[in-house]
Design a protein around this ligand. Structure first.
Ligand SMILES: [Fe+2]
Ligand SMILES: [Fe+2]
Length: 286
């Protein structure tokens, strides 16, 4: 049996170590929670390079401009770099920067669709949904930290994530006039699957434990906060943005909410606790 793939950044961190003053004052529990977050983050960031690499041939097939191809190629390298930055934080917290990788699934091919529609499905799922949420999450993490060195790491990652999200919003705006009603209808239907997937993942987080303020300040994840950030971003940023591009995102979100088996009506506004999401949306305007 082939061993599960993993990432080992010990040597890379040794060449570029990070010092986070004050983390020695954390309790073992808080430090453990923060390490866990950064280990998952390291693996997820590193693995997400494959997503952008997978988009490159799809952008080419759709005949999109050279600048778009170059930009997405850079994004793959940036995600590898985010893996290293996360590994440096993990090591500064006393963790060992080695982790199993999440499943390395290929980017969906969407066979049988016109190449532009196929790549738009993936760009919407990756940039407009996933990376837009990453901006909200990492922006909030950066605001919570009081350690200058950690803030610097998060500032660098955030700047790239803003670029990854804006890429999708700009592409959608640019190609919007070329989309006919039928393609918009199919893209809207595809959104149901995207939102359902995200709702299922994020709802799993909602039941996770809450983190102490000290642990939050070094990046530990907090279940209810992750869920409210997701709902806030979806309602205040992602859904209105997709609606502006002519997609039936609100309808898709409500459908996905029911399909994910969630109770009650899908919320139509940011929940309390997701303050800041709207303000951060300003960074995403193409
Ligand atoms: Fe990243
Ligand atoms: Fe990213």
């Amino acid at each position: 049996m082939t061993p599960a793939p993993f990432v080992d950044l010990r040597e890379a961190v040794r060449r570029s170590p990070l010092d986070l003053p004050g983390v020695e004052a954390l309790t073992d529990e808080d430090r453990g929670r923060a390490q866990e977050h950064w280990r998952i983050h390291m693996a997820a960031e590193f693995a997400s390079a494959r997503v952008f690499s997978g988009l490159v041939p799809q952008l080419m097939a759709a005949g999109l401009p050279y600048e778009d191809v170059r930009e997405v190629t850079d994004m793959a390298r940036q995600e590898v770099e985010h893996g290293l930055q996360s590994a440096r934080v993990l090591a500064a917290l006393g963790g060992v920067p080695v982790s199993a990788l999440p499943p390395l699934d290929p980017v969906p091919a969407h066979d049988g669709l016109p190449p532009l529609e196929a790549v738009l499905r993936n760009v919407i799922a990756i940039s407009c949904c996933g990376e837009t949420l990453a901006v909200a999450v990492i922006g909030a993490e950066r605001e919570r930290t009081a350690i200058a060195q950690l803030r610097e790491v998060l500032t660098g990652i955030l700047a790239d994530e803003v670029g990854h999200a804006r890429f999708g919003w700009r592409l959608l705006r640019d190609v919007g006039p070329a989309l006919d009603g039928e393609m918009k209808r199919r893209l809207s239907a595809y959104l149901v699957a995207v939102f359902e997937r995200d709702l299922c993942i994020m709802q799993g987080c909602a039941d996770g434990p809450e983190a102490s303020f000290a642990a939050l300040a070094v990046g530990a994840s907090d279940g209810p906060l992750a869920w409210s950030t997701f709902l806030g971003t979806a309602n205040e940023v992602t859904i209105p943005g997709l609606e502006r591009c002519g997609l039936k995102a609100r309808w898709a979100f409500e459908k996905a909410w029911a399909r994910a088996g969630l109770a009650g009506e899908a919320p139509a506004a940011a929940p309390e606790g997701a303050a800041g999401v709207v303000e951060r949306a300003g960074w995403l305007r193409p």
